[in-house]
Every structure is written in structure tokens, then in C-alpha cells.
Design a binder for this molecule. Structure first.
Ligand SMILES: C[S@@+](CC[C@H](N)C(=O)[O-])C[C@H]1O[C@@H](n2cnc3c(N)ncnc32)[C@H](O)[C@@H]1O
Length: 218
């Protein structure tokens, strides 16, 4: 994913990169290890940042909301945001804020899923109600494009990428059992239990569950 995020972006030792909604820092740490640039992670959650810091204490991690970033105007060279958009309370304000902190002509990459990609998820097969809920939480790509233009971005270039198919193993079942995907907290108890039962049956019957993760890079 880091390669797709950096597609068309050129960074140098003096570049400043910000990972907005960095979570436990997986992408922040990977990017810092592959690029010479200075990389900072930002997240609203202290708990997430604590875990990120435990993994890599050399990277600065900042606690702040994405729509009020404690950085100077035109101070950042590249901003990226993976799987965060659907959590934001105010997407237009966040896009304005990111436009403000970016140096002019520098870039921003959002990693998200289109409505078509949400329909293709394995969780949408077993928990169809989760797809409907997520299509309300995730703005579709044309809406993101429009909001970016309104925030002041001048060129918007959405791309899709499909990763190699993988066979989902028991770790997928374990994640679902712990409701480790945020949309599983938003469906009814009945829909969750029905989907979990069907998923368990699929594993018991040794069904091969192949899945190709599909993402949009805007
Ligand atoms: C699904 S996680 C993605 C984490 C990371 N980007 C990744 O791809 O592994 C979403 C993250 O967004 C953060 N988040 C949610 N709302 C936020 C906000 N308003 N401002 C900044 N971060 C936020 C959450 O705390 C969480 O760490």
C-alpha cells in the first residue's frame, strides 16, 4: 500500500510527511523506513498513539483531531490518510485543514473504498447490513472529488488498486468473532449472529474463502 500511496510523489530528506489518523503507526513506521523524509503520525486517540510509540519511539506522534492540526500553514510536503475518512465528524473541515497545512502544489493521498469496493468485501457477503451502513459512512469517490475541489485542491486523480487474492484463514474468523471491524459494531445483534454462524459454517465445511482487497487512492 505504501508504494501506491507514494505513486507520483517525490520526497527528499527535508520533506515533511504527515500520516493523519495514523492509528498504531503501521503505515507511518513503514513509510519512515523506506523514505529519507521526516515523518510524523497524528491521531485523535491517545491509546492508538501509545501503541504506535511502543513500536517506534524515534517517530514523533501527535495527538490532535484531523480538522484542527497543530501545524503552521504551508508547512507540510505530503499528507496521507488510510482508512480514516469514514471516522471523521467533519470531512469538509478536515480537507480545508489539510489544504491549509500543505505547501502549495504539494500533495495529499486518501486511501479509502468506493461503494462498489464495499459491496465486494468478504464482510459484506456474510454481513450484508454492514455494507449498507458503510455506504453511508464512506463518501463515494465522486463526492470525495467534489469536496477536495471545494477545499481548494486543484487536481484530483482517483485510482483503484486490487491486491493479490489471499485465502482468509482462522485469523479472519477470530477478528470477526471479536468484532474487530468497526462496521460490525453498527449492525443489529441478529444480523451479526446470523453472519457469524454462516461464516463458522463456511469454515467447518472447509470452503476456500479467497479475497482480493480492493482500495481507492484519491
Ligand atoms: C481504521 S483506523 C486506521 C489507522 C491507520 N491509518 C491504518 O491504516 O492502519 C482509523 C484511525 O483514525 C483515527 N481517527 C478517528 N477520528 C479521527 C479524527 N477526527 N482525527 C484524527 N484521527 C481520527 C482513529 O483513532 C483510528 O486510529
Amino acid at each position: 500500500m505504501i508504494h501506491q500511496i507514494l505513486d507520483g510523489v517525490s520526497l527528499s530528506e527535508s520533506s515533511l510527511v504527515l500520516d493523519v489518523g495514523c492509528g498504531t503507526g503501521n503505515n507511518t513506521i513503514l513509510l519512515a523506513s523506506t523514505e529519507q523524509a521526516r515523518v510524523i503520525g497524528l491521531d485523535i486517540s491517545h491509546g492508538m498513539l501509545q501503541k504506535a510509540y511502543e513500536k517506534q519511539s524515534q517517530i514523533p506522534f501527535v495527538q490532535a483531531p484531523a480538522d484542527c492540526i497543530p501545524f503552521a500553514t504551508e508547512s507540510v510536503d505530503f499528507v496521507f490518510m488510510t482508512e480514516v475518512l469514514h471516522h471523521l465528524p467533519d470531512i469538509p473541515a478536515t480537507f480545508h485543514e489539510i489544504c491549509r497545512i500543505l505547501k502549495s502544489s504539494e500533495s495529499f493521498c486518501i486511501v479509502t473504498q468506493s461503494h462498489k469496493q464495499i459491496d465486494q468485501r468478504m464482510t459484506s457477503r456474510f454481513f450484508p447490513a454492514s455494507a449498507e451502513i458503510d455506504k453511508e459512512r464512506y463518501p463515494d469517490i465522486d463526492v470525495i472529488d467534489e469536496l477536495l475541489f471545494k477545499a481548494g485542491f486543484s487536481v484530483v486523480n482517483p485510482k483503484e488498486y486490487t491486491y493479490n487474492p489471499v485465502q482468509l484463514g482462522v485469523e479472519y474468523l477470530e477478528t470477526v468473532t471479536k468484532r474487530g471491524f468497526s462496521m460490525l459494531h453498527k449492525i443489529s445483534k441478529e444480523d451479526y449472529e446470523k453472519g457469524l454462524e454462516d461464516l463458522r459454517k463456511a469454515f467447518q465445511q472447509s470452503e476456500v474463502l479467497m479475497y482480493s482487497a480492493d482500495y481507492s487512492f484519491v
